[in-house]
Design a protein around this ligand. Structure first.
Ligand SMILES: C[C@H](O)[C@@H](O)CC(=O)C(=O)O
Ligand SMILES: [Mg+2]
Length: 437
């Protein structure tokens, strides 16, 4: 069956998370977790669902960009797309007029991710498999044919990428079995958003420890005294053996980052995340070098907008943890490129998932990474945030701080229609009742 795409619709869906300060950090002080939510329909009735994560008011701009891409998608068949997925990726990212908005970054790249996430969801549904299984069952050559290698061949050639996938075939079945039994290790960010009170932090941390969590991320960066107090509190609660990470969400200059994080070194964070501008590759390299003697790595990626940026971060030894994002990069296609580059440079991947739907999506990618690329769990874990899963038709399943592999066909992007209607901006009931717009 060809599955010709006959319609692409997009909606602005927002959740008022800022009311409770969920998701708050040193730069995003009042985030309303939101999504540009895409549905593609085919002539045979099969649908694909996709989204990209945004924060509040920015969503309407992403929605416009998705609408601008729609004409490139409607009329194409799924079979035609996946028989030359690299070509289709380029069609979207290299349109002669839209490319000027990026290229391959910012709003247009978020929109590309939303559209392509829906196409991957459609493909996985058409095959009757969850996306991670579609990927792990795929012939390595077909995986490679989905990736646009333009601009990265100086770091990773097609032949090298194929070689990585071929070598990782050994032990693949055992790793898949292991994942189905044990799940993929996760860490939680949900205890310590920046604007949570100490009392709330303590309560959430107590609950999380009881539920088996052993790795915790704390937001920092607005006020050093607050950071010292909060890090001390959480380190005391989790003890010396559990893992602590800190996240500044781009708050500092380079020298400021080094001195601020040095002041928090006594709490033994595994990494400092986004210490400075997400575009400052050499700045990250300088911070990495300065913090290495303290045993603190640098993590980044949630605002790393394409494979070219990741390539340079890796080439410059500017990151010790790669944080892929299922909606910031150009969907699965571009994430595959980054997973393979990270493997070549031997830098562990610890995906970003702080946002609505990101946990649902990125679990598929990290399962593929373990089963088919890295074959390692050393220094690796996937972020988890405990919000808004109830709005998805196939929400994540966490057991004992591990992501259990999804079983339903697709990319886990579909939201409950009732949730979409209630949260659609501005006409949904949630927003009609909410005075904060
Ligand atoms: C605005 C988001 O909540 C952001 O703080 C998420 C993030 O940085 C993370 O999960 O990491
Ligand atoms: Mg972060």
């Amino acid at each position: 069956m060809l599955h010709t795409i006959v319609d692409l619709s997009v909606r602005d869906v927002r959740f008022p998370t800022s009311l409770e300060q969920h998701g708050s950090d040193a730069m995003h002080t009042d985030p309303d977790y939101s999504a540009a939510y895409v549905v593609i329909e085919t002539d045979c009735g099969l649908k694909g669902f996709g989204l990209t994560f945004t924060v509040g008011r920015g969503t309407e701009i992403v929605v416009c960009a998705v609408k601008a891409l729609a004409a490139l998608v409607v009329g194409k068949s799924l079979q035609g797309i996946v028989s030359d997925f690299r070509g289709f990726y380029r069609l979207l990212t290299s349109d002669g007029q839209l490319r000027w908005l990026g290229p391959e970054k910012g709003v247009i790249q978020l929109a590309t991710a939303a559209v392509l996430n829906a196409v991957w969801d459609l493909w996985a549904r058409a095959e009757g498999k969850p996306l991670w299984k579609l990927l792990t069952d795929m012939d390595p050559r077909q995986i490679i044919s989905c990736i646009d290698f333009r601009y990265i061949t100086d770091a990773l050639t097609e032949e090298e990428a194929l070689d990585i996938l071929m070598k990782a075939k050994e032990g693949k079945q055992l790793r898949e079995k292991e994942m189905l039994k044990e799940g993929y290790p996760a860490y939680t960010t949900s205890c310590a958003w920046l604007n949570y009170s100490d009392q709330r932090l303590e309560q959430l941390c107590t609950d999380a420890l009881k539920s088996g969590w052993t790795k915790f991320k704390v937001k920092v960066g607005a006020d050093l005294e607050d950071d010292i107090r909060r890090c001390r509190l959480i380190r005391q609660m989790i003890g010396p053996k559990n893992t602590l990470m800190i996240d500044a969400n781009q708050r500092w200059d380079v020298a400021e980052a080094i001195s601020w994080v040095s002041s928090l070194a006594e709490f033994k964070p595994l990494w400092i995340e986004e210490p400075t501008s997400p575009d400052d590759i050499l700045g990250h390299a300088a911070i990495s070098k300065a913090l290495a003697p303290l045993g603190i790595g640098v993590a980044s990626g949630e605002q790393c907008h394409n494979r070219v940026m990741f390539k340079q971060f890796l080439q410059a030894s500017a990151l010790q943890f790669v944080q892929i994002d299922s909606c910031r990069l150009g969907s699965v296609n571009e994430n595959l490129a980054v997973l393979l580059m990270a493997h070549k440079f031997q830098v562990p991947v610890c995906p970003h998932a702080g946002g609505v739907g990101l946990c649902e999506l990125v679990q598929h990618l990290i399962l593929f990474d373990y089963i088919c690329v890295s074959g390692s769990l050393s220094n690796r874990m996937c972020e988890y945030v405990d919000h808004l899963h109830e709005h998805f038709t196939s929400p994540v399943v966490i057991h004992d701080a591990h992501y259990m592999p999804p079983k339903d066909p697709g990319y886990s992007c579909e939201m409950l229609e009732s949730s979409v209607q209630r949260h659609q901006y501005p006409e949904g009931d949630v927003w009609k009742q909410n005075t904060k717009k």
